[in-house]
Write a protein that binds this ligand. Structure first.
Ligand code: GTP
Ligand code: MG
Length: 310
């Protein structure tokens, strides 16, 4: 027998859900994409990009890890925000282990982080909770150690990792650690599956990401994207119709841009990304519709699996 022969124990398959929680903009979605090795959830420089739980699946050694990306946690006021935070905690509740992501490049950690640690303390659960200090590419090492000490004094984390999700630094050690903490059991998904998001939702999310990148202030928070129609053709291509719902005509005008140029370039970017992802031709048509009630319409919440009464 050589040293390389796995012991019967390490031969056992493991499988489990690992929620990725944290304050808005901490880098949770960037981290999940980097760990899964593919873009499965959207990312933007703005807070509150992720609106519902998004699963990203990967196999590491003998473990299938199902990461659960969640909306950033903060003190919610609006209905949609409350539904997002409820979804985030549901993602946490369904997981076997928890990663708390903190943006270490901020001078002070976000109030959302404090709220999360308080809720985890109150829950007093037995599952592993791992602290991930992210964005170490953007800070001085001295401040990092002080932050790690401070957070570990606030919560008894099972492990702490210092990483850069963006530069993909420190991810291997984190993966090894998580994989070993998962319960033994068979894989839940086929080995090559990376996402369980329906194509219509994925397509809508890609367009929403482009809109989040392009438009600013309150506009991104007052829009939503839905895939209305998806038509498949024999030659493998698909025609996709989407609606961007906005609350005011002024926002509709901004999104359309002069002569429809703004929405056109959003459409080009979204179409390209979707076509690359699905490896097929996509014809994407985006309509912009004013509906001041969308933000309170249960149908809009249902497509993301959000609880309208949260
Ligand atoms: N410098 C640096 N920036 C990062 C890193 N990780 C993420 N970012 C940036 O941080 C911003 C937010 O990233 P997201 O992954 O969307 O953050 P999130 O926590 O998912 O945000 P919400 O979904 O809004 O809660 C983006 O501009 C990322 O490029 C990192 O390791 N270093
Ligand atoms: Mg996110």
């Amino acid at each position: 027998m050589t040293d390389k022969t796995p012991s019967p124990e390490s031969d056992q398959q493991r499988c489990g859900f690992v929620s990725v929680i944290g304050a808005p903009n901490a880098g949770k979605s960037t981290l999940m994409n980097a760990l899964v090795g593919s873009k499965v959830t959207i990312v933007s420089p703005k807070v509150q990009t992720t609106r519902t739980i998004v699963r990203g699946i990967m196999v590491h050694d003998n473990s299938q890890i199902i990461f659960v990306d969640t909306p950033g946690i903060f003190k919610a006021e609006k209905k949609l925000e409350k539904a997002m935070i409820t979804a985030a905690w549901e993602g946490e509740a369904e997981s076997d282990a928890v990663i708390v992501v903190v943006d270490a490049s901020r001078k002070k950690y976000h109030d959302g982080t404090r709220e999360i640690l308080q809720t985890l303390r109150d829950a007093n659960h037995k599952k592993p909770v791992i602290l991930v200090l992210n964005k170490i590419d953007a800070i001085q090492p001295e401040t990092l150690l002080a932050l790690s000490k401070e957070l570990n004094a606030e919560y008894a984390f099972d492990a702490t990792f210092m990483i850069s999700a963006l530069k993909e630094k420190g991810l291997d050690d984190l993966l090894d650690d998580i994989a070993n903490r998962l319960p033994q059991g068979p894989f839940h998904y086929p080995e090559d599956q990376m996402s369980d998001m329906p194509m219509r939702l994925l397509a809508a999310e890609i367009t929403r990401e482009k809109l989040f990148h392009r438009f600013h202030q309150e506009l991104p928070y007052n829009l939503t994207v839905e895939t209305e129609n998806w038509e498949e053709f024999d030659n493998g291509s698909a025609k996709v119709d989407q609606i961007v719902y906005v609350t005011k005509d002024g926002h509709r005008k901004i999104i359309l841009g002069k002569g429809g140029q703004a929405i056109k370039s959003v459409g080009i970017e979204a179409r390209k990304e979707l076509a690359d992802m699905l490896e097929r031709d996509i014809h994407l048509k985006i309509h912009v519709k004013v509906d001041p009630r969308w933000i309170d319409d249960p149908d809009r919440y249902r497509v993301w699996g959000l609880d309208h009464n949260a």
